[in-house]
Design a protein around this ligand. Structure first.
Ligand code: SER
Length: 591
């Protein structure tokens, strides 16, 4: 079965069991300052796992675009990917273990026709935070999995979440497929030898991890499952290598053509190029741009690593834009945003590739000089100023220098690099990397305030600049809001002052913030702004701030606008033709 069909069959199967299909959220979370990318299907659903009612009910299913930056350096083997699609079904306080496991088993053995004899499962062994999950083991037994294929494993293997420091989590049960390889002696699911291929994870999210490290029972018992499309398609197609699946194979074939080399002879560079450019294509489609900070830095690293490997394979001409075209063709039917952004993606990739190639050869020569000198001095660590020079002068992301060094048994003074970087940049690389490692945390109060301020700003912009102003993007950190909108001209100081005054007036008016759930049609008829209304399918949440602002949005928001403090526009800039960006802050109220 091909990936396109697997994606469809999965969603249909759960729709037939009362689930509502939701669209994939963007790869770049819109109002969550604590993560750079969406890394699991449950990410955008955290508020609903914690108890907020979802407009579409208690049973959801989707295919979610995910990007996991922790795996960048792992890419090169037969199964690691940075970008992947995760199929998932959720119970938000509705069904629990019995239905979830029975449906997983039915889908695998009936719809996908996998041989039940080759399935094995893992179950949480229990510890002081939560008991051994005998319920799950019992359900698997009744479904027909024999005892010797049920493995009890500790928290590090069989507990999922929270996605960040705090939030919903719980014991999980992973389903593995036996590839039939001999495997290590005594090997069990979870072993890296390649005998066992993990295909599905069922998480029973009934705990909330708190900031002080305790696991508290949630008010509702949730199910969160996740199945990787490429991995499962590989199993169904009899491959032990995800890069043979048609969601990646055309990229591998194109590298073979350009390099005039065979994938099978040395697969790693082919895999890096295919994975990284697929990931970069999806990330750019969702609004990331190569840069030195945050998500943009990840995209830059992905592209530059791919270009470096292509260079080593002898590929001389620019090839990245061409690869994005292949990705768009493969995925356009499932993700229309790719087609809509086709030209923009190709431009960004091409620009970044040219930029890096201009210095790549000289940078590599510089690197080899530095490495030789390091060894001549009897050292095995590349000094921070050298790594920083490679970064600043030749555009080598630190991770690239580390990788080159590792290939020669050397390391890099990373802490020293960070110190230099921090001294030179407004936002440090380490800060941004910690951020995506840190994952999803509670929405800070300040973030919520800025989110509400964003609605007021949106309305004020329309009042001052005209109703053709429309939101193009929004991003909030604990320090500031950032808002992109369609408008061709630079704002005058008078306009900025007017906008600030309107927002501050509405804050002073202390408007009540209220929420209503309705169909998207009704929302639009009632005059709500709805530029991102497709997110929840038919039913949407509409937030009103008095009679001043009404907008379709997922929340969260403050209760009254009076909680916001003093609003100030800190900066405006252009973000391409016809689009402007403003950054604004809220100062705490004084007196
Ligand atoms: N959140 C779980 C995972 O990522 C199940 O979807 O594996």
């Amino acid at each position: 079965m091909q990936a396109n069909e697997l994606r469809e069959q999965y969603q249909k199967f759960f729709e037939a069991r009362g689930h509502k299909r939701i669209r994939s959220a963007p790869l770049l979370p819109e109002n969550d300052p604590t993560v750079l990318f969406t890394t699991a299907g449950m990410h955008p659903l955290v508020p609903f796992l914690l108890g907020e009612p979802h407009p579409l009910g208690r049973r959801l299913v989707n295919a979610q675009k995910c990007l996991r930056t922790d795996d960048i350096d792992e890419v090169g083997d037969a199964s690691h990917l940075t970008f992947f699609e995760m199929l998932g079904n959720w119970s938000l306080g509705d069904y629990f273990k019995t239905e979830s496991l029975a449906w997983s088993y039915e889908f695998l053995t009936q719809v996908l026709a996998l041989d039940p004899v080759r399935l094995a499962v893992t179950v949480f062994a229990g510890d002081t935070d939560a008991p051994r999950d005998d319920d799950t083991a019992g359900i698997w037994q009744r479904l027909g999995i024999p005892d010797e294929r049920i493995y009890f494993l500790p928290k590090k293997d069989n507990w999922w979440g929270p996605a960040g420091a705090t939030g919903p989590c719980g014991p999980d049960s992973e389903i593995f497929y036996d590839t039939g390889k001999p495997g290590h002696p005594g090997c069990a699911p979870g072993c890296a030898c390649g005998k066992w291929f993990e295909i599905w994870n069922n998480v029973f999210m009934e705990y909330n991890k708190t900031a002080d490290g305790r696991f508290i029972k949630l008010s509702q018992q949730n199910v969160d499952t996740g199945m990787g499309v490429d991995r499962t398609a590989a199993v169904l197609q009899g491959f032990d290598d995800v890069f043979r699946v048609e969601t990646l194979a055309p990229l591998i074939a194109r590298v073979e053509e350009l390099a005039r080399k065979k994938y099978a002879d040395d697969p790693k560079p082919f895999r890096v190029i295919a994975d990284h450019l697929r990931a970069a294509t999806f990330a750019i489609a969702d609004g990331a741009m190569p840069s030195n900070v945050e998500a943009g830095y990840v995209v830059r690293r992905l592209i530059r690593r791919a270009v470096r490997y292509a260079n080593a394979l002898g590929i001389a001409h620019n090839f990245c834009a061409d690869f994005s075209g292949i990705v768009v063709a493969m995925f356009a039917s499932a993700y229309p945003e790719l087609e809509q952004n086709r030209a923009h993606i190709a431009d960004e990739l091409d620009r970044e590739e040219s930029k890096f190639k201009a210095t790549l050869e000289r940078g590599l020569r510089e690197y080899h000089k530095v490495a030789e000198l390091t060894r001549d001095l009897g050292a095995n660590e590349i000094a921070a100023p050298d790594a920083f020079n490679l970064f600043e002068t030749f555009g080598f992301p630190l991770s690239l220098t580390i990788e080159l060094a590792r290939e020669q048994g050397l390391s890099v003074d990373e802490a020293g690099f960070d110190a230099l970087y921090r001294a030179h940049q407004e936002i440090s690389r380490r800060g941004s990397e910690q951020k995506f490692k840190g994952g999803l945390a509670d929405h800070a109060e300040q973030t919520t305030r800025l989110h509400t301020a964003t609605h007021l700003l949106h309305q004020a912009l329309r009042a001052v600049l005209g109703a053709s102003v429309r939101q193009m993007g929004s991003n909030i950190t604990a320090e500031r809001l950032r808002f992109d909108f369609a408008y061709a001209e630079k704002l005058t100081p008078e306009q900025i002052a007017q906008i600030e005054n309107i927002v501050n007036q509405q804050i002073e008016n202390d408007l009540p913030v209220s929420i209503a759930v309705m169909s998207l049609d009704q929302a639009i008829k009632s005059g709500a702004l709805a530029f991102f209304g497709e997110k929840y399918g038919d039913q949407v949440k509409v937030y009103s701030m008095g009679s001043f602002s009404k907008e379709v949005c997922g929340g969260p928001h403050v209760q009254r606008t009076g909680e916001l403090g003093h609003f100030k526009i800190a900066k405006q800039e252009s973000v391409g033709q016809g689009a402007r960006r403003v950054r604004a802050v809220l100062d705490p109220k004084t007196g």
